[in-house]
Design a protein around this ligand. Sequence first.
Ligand code: NI
Length: 257
Amino acid sequence: MLIDTHAHLDSPKFDADREAVISRALEAGIDTIVNIGFNRETIPTTMALAEKYPFIYAVVGWHPTDAIEMKLEEDLAWIEQLCNHPKVVAIGEIGLDYYWDTSPKEIQHIVFREQIRLARRLNKPIVIHNRDAHEDVVRILKEEKAEEVGGIMHCFSGSPETAKKCLDMNFYISFGGPVTFKNARVPKEVLERVPLDRILLETDAPYLAPHPHRGQRNESAFVRLVAETAAEIKGISLAEMSRITSENAQRCLGITR
Ligand code: NI
């Protein structure tokens, strides 16, 4: 048993062989996949996957790089309505992205804050995207009392100090392909320090493929490679790591299967 807590299997990069990709994940022992819909195009395609496959769950929200395209009131109402769906387990991925710079910071902040408020109102956990914006992400999470709902720091790339602040706000720290890279000193150090009961594993497929597939298309089956690295760093067996992180994901997202 293994859970990929963050995938984009609805991506056009899987149009030619999506069924095969999903079969390979099942064969590799991945029994639950959480797919993320993060804008006007990917929310409907994510919902379609979650409705088609019993083991695929959905997270829906508005990504910071697309913040400029959000019709705030209308799209918040859309997300709120989708949160009633039994397969929607969290709101995300939301947060801040100062790397791509496609949406002005002020707009990213409004869209982020409004979705945290919605999550608190609906009592749903949140999935956080954070790229080069550690300080502002932590500050806004604190100001908006995100600790009331908690959630997932997706593909965490910050320092051990930032991880500690997120743990204190009831977040789980999720690790993906980058922790397997040979030169990944900081992610490995963070993984060493995060308590076992707060670790999650993910792929972010089709992005961020783990070693030895670095640079290629990622897929959910590869979460096993992340689990192997995590088990090695924590000094436990792959089976233990798989069981613990699966229980963590189920607890965090309220998945009961
Ligand atoms: Ni993502």
